[in-house]
Design a protein around this ligand. Structure first.
Ligand code: F6P
Length: 524
């Protein structure tokens, strides 16, 4: 696999981009760009499935984009993408294929006639569809059961953020009469607050964990089960359901109602699998199918569109341009949509757990930066908080607006105000305002991207999420890293395991002074 990939700094295009940046491209001025190119908006905006994107307020020229796409080709992004879609083990540090896209593939009878490399995919597809059919049938059965009023998803990371973000985003499609709760933190406050609102006989607990070993989830699951039994709850099979690749471990825990998935689905890519049961319960089987089909449309776009009009590729290459040439180390995401309020948190895991790496696939230390810090809050709230820094701070932070044309509500005047605020902020960032030497001076030339959905529904949400997944794939491919492992989370887990008995016993032997001091302080 590594044969197909060339790390960005080993390509000719990398040097050409450096040269371009040191020349005019590094001093590009957005207002001049629009003044000298009446086609700039058309050139740098495009439709992709369910998403319209305006990239024209970014610090790029046509020539730079041509070079960036040359870089993508020289790094083998297309070959690497096709390898993923053919089920090759591109997650090489874990020796796994990366096939979350299969979870949203419609059944294709032609696959069975395909060459042997694809045959494995055909087998996987059959498993995917059988499991999904069973899960969706179960979801419909629970939806029809009026006695279940509360669904509590217990999971963390990818087993929480994706489902929670999607259920909130699709609130207008959520069936009345059922409440959805998400518990992730091992801080007992979170579980306690949910337990205080529910009754054992009317609750369904979903224990969502790919590995079924994550300490936070297992602690919360154990406490939930104890609470259920202590409150006189009976019939664990009806009130607890496990979503995991480790069905046997779930059984050993005492849960017999289970829906599985496979090791080729990364945690942060798992909302399309049985981990998404809470979404299916909320929006129904048809809604879940629509979510998958929107994502599948984006998969097809990523696979087939020429790089020049391939939105995940253009966005991923822009990320590389900003990170490695401009040196911007952070990107802000501002959904102008209350429904999308958990999207920034979801994207933090997707992007930073995938591309927050400092060695390439061969384990060599990288001489350039990788994932930016991704952060954000919904607009317009952010405008009255941190946008000050975006407009007048010392750092340039590219901002990503995500707006939805049609409102889900009928409150007069709100949607118009929301949308013009997004437009005005993007304008202000770009155009600035001159007040030489004064506090009211806005430097302008601050880049932003504008993503626009016609409406927020299961299909457009699916497409939007898949767009981000593939964008992360593209920049990770350029940087030559494994975007599908997460070794960086291991060490803290091991150390916490070591500290837990020490907290009980007071044994401080062999630990550093600060940790020993704090542990002592906590104990006394
Ligand atoms: O510790 C990080 C991580 O492994 C994430 O990658 C994952 O989404 C999360 O923990 C939860 O893991 P699991 O679904 O196995 O409980």
């Amino acid at each position: 696999m590594s044969m197909m990939r060339t790390r960005c700094d080993q390509t000719a295009a990398w040097g050409q981009l450096q040269k371009a940046f040191q020349g005019d491209a590094g001093r590009f001025d957005l207002q001049t760009g629009f003044a000298t190119d009446p086609q700039r908006f058309e050139r740098f905006s495009q439709d992709a499935p369910h998403v319209f994107a305006d990239l024209s307020k970014n610090l790029i020229t046509h020539d730079v984009e041509v070079l960036l796409l040359t870089l993508a080709r020289q790094c083998g992004v297309e070959v690497y993408r096709d390898a993923m879609f053919q089920g090759e083990k591109i997650n090489n540090t874990e020796q796994r294929s990366v096939q979350h896209f299969l979870l949203r593939n419609p059944l294709d009878p032609l696959l069975n006639k395909a060459p042997s490399a694809i045959k494995n995919i055909a087998n996987d597809m059959a498993m995917v569809h059988a499991t999904r059919d069973a899960m969706l049938a179960y979801a419909e059965q629970v939806r029809a059961d009026d006695r279940i009023t509360d669904v509590v998803n217990i999971g963390i990371g990818g087993s929480d953020l994706g489902p929670q973000m999607a259920v909130l985003a699709l609130d207008q499609f959520v069936m009345p009469g059922k409440r959805f709760h998400f518990v992730s933190n091992v801080d007992g406050d979170e579980l306690a607050q949910v337990l205080a609102q529910i009754e054992p006989r009317s609750t369904l607990f979903l224990i969502a964990s790919k590995t079924f070993t994550t300490p936070e989830t297992m602690t919360n699951a154990t406490s939930a089960k104890h609470w259920f039994e202590a409150q006189g709850g009976v019939d664990v099979a009806r009130h607890f359901c496990a979503l995991t690749t480790e069905v046997e471990k779930a059984r050993a825990f005492g849960i017999t109602t289970t829906f599985g998935f496979w090791d080729w689905v990364g945690g942060r890519y798992s909302l399309w699998s049985s981990i998404g049961l809470s979404i299916a319960l909320a929006i129904g089987a048809q809604g879940f199918h629509d979510l998958l089909s929107g994502a599948h449309e984006m998969d097809a776009h990523f696979r087939l569109a020429p790089l020049e009009r391939n939105l995940p590729v253009r966005l991923g290459m822009l990320d590389v341009w900003y990170r490695n040439f401009h040196g911007f180390s952070s990107r802000c995401v501002a959904p102008y949509s209350h429904a999308l309020r958990r999207l920034p948190a979801y994207l933090q895991q997707l992007e930073m757990e995938s591309n927050g790496k400092r060695v390439d696939q061969a384990g060599q230390l990288l001489p350039f930066g990788t994932s930016p810090v991704v952060w954000g809050e919904p607009g317009t709230n952010g405008q009255h908080a941190f946008f000050q820094l975006l407009h007048q701070g010392t750092d340039v932070i590219p901002l990503e607006f995500i707006a939805v044309k049609a409102a889900a509500h009928k409150m007069p005047g709100h949607q118009e105000k929301l949308l013009v605020n997004a437009l005005a902020q993007a304008q202000a960032l770009m155009n600035g305002r001159t007040d030489p030497g004064g506090h009211r001076d806005f430097p302008g030339n601050r880049p932003s991207t504008f993503l626009l959905l016609d409406q927020l529904d299961p299909a457009s949400l699916g497409a939007l999420i898949a767009l981000y997944e593939h964008r992360v794939f593209v920049s990770g491919a350029i940087w030559g890293i494994d975007s599908f492992d997460q070794w960086g989370v291991e060490l803290g887990k091991v150390l916490a395991k070591d500290l837990e008995p020490r907290l009980a016993s007071g044994d401080l032997l062999g630990i550093d002074g600060s940790t020993a001091g704090l542990l002592n302080r906590i104990r006394t």
